[in-house]
Design a protein around this ligand. Structure first.
Ligand code: SAH
Length: 212
């Protein structure tokens, strides 16, 4: 795609910055990660639009602003160990890697785990993708400083709360009893945690088991 950097810059200005995300490191990542290379070829020309797009297997790559919002809420710093549940296209993982995080990402659908892992590798993002059910977390790499779940659940999977460091954060879309979904940020301290409820959103559901 010609001029993708120009499109990415426009996306940052007109979709992300105007909606209040001003964190320089977040914006820098969105300017530099080629979103069109994470989108299926037939949707590529819409990659920098203000909307989610379909992936293989009925899944979706989130709207750029939603990825930015979750990244901002996650508050990642260079060198942090981050667990992502729901690799999908790999775009969110690439953004986090670009910000200097050590990213481990879990995907239950084999085809998506393979294709995202290939894209990330080709572009040089050091993300480790695993074909796993994310509800179990990744015990062998725990503890994590940050956990981001990019599929909707009714609550934070219990395994996750056992695999975080003592000052961690979890960002996850929660499906409420009324069917609406809201972004939850759990901020964990030494002895207690605090929940911050954010924007309404719409994600594909977190499902059990893996698809081969
Ligand atoms: N972060 C992605 C968006 C992915 S959509 C991106 O940037 O493109 C949500 C993804 O979560 C889908 O690919 C879906 O297969 C995956 N998923 C759903 N339940 C899961 C689970 N239990 N474990 C791992 N991945 C899961």
């Amino acid at each position: 795609m010609e001029n993708w950097e120009v499109r990415a810059e426009r996306m940052v200005l007109s979709q992300i910055e105007v909606r209040g995300i001003r964190d320089g490191k977040v914006l820098e990542a969105f300017r530099n990660v080629p979103r069109h290379l994470f989108v299926p070829a037939r949707h590529r020309k819409w990659a920098y639009q203000d909307s989610p797009l379909p992936l293989e297997e009925g899944q979706t790559i989130s709207q750029p602003y939603m990825v930015a919002l979750m990244t901002f809420r996650l508050d990642v710093k260079e060198g942090m160990k981050v667990l992502e549940i729901g690799t999908g296209s790999g775009y969110q993982a690439a953004i986090l890697a670009r910000m200097g995080a050590e990213v481990h990402s879990l995907e239950r659908i084999a085809l998506l785990a393979r294709s995202s892992s290939r894209t990330l590798e080709e572009l040089g993002y050091p993300v480790r993708v695993y074909h796993r059910d994310g509800s179990d977390g990744l015990p062998e790499e725990a503890p994590f400083d940050r956990v981001i779940v990019t599929a909707a659940a009714t609550s934070i999977p219990p395994a996750i709360m056992e695999q975080i460091s003592s000052c961690a954060r979890v960002v996850i879309p929660i499906r409420l009893p009324d069917g609406n979904e809201r972004l939850l940020t759990r901020i964990i301290g030494e002895e207690r945690y605090r929940d911050e409820w954010g924007e309404y959103c719409r994600f594909v559901p977190l499902r059990n088991g893996i698809v081969r």
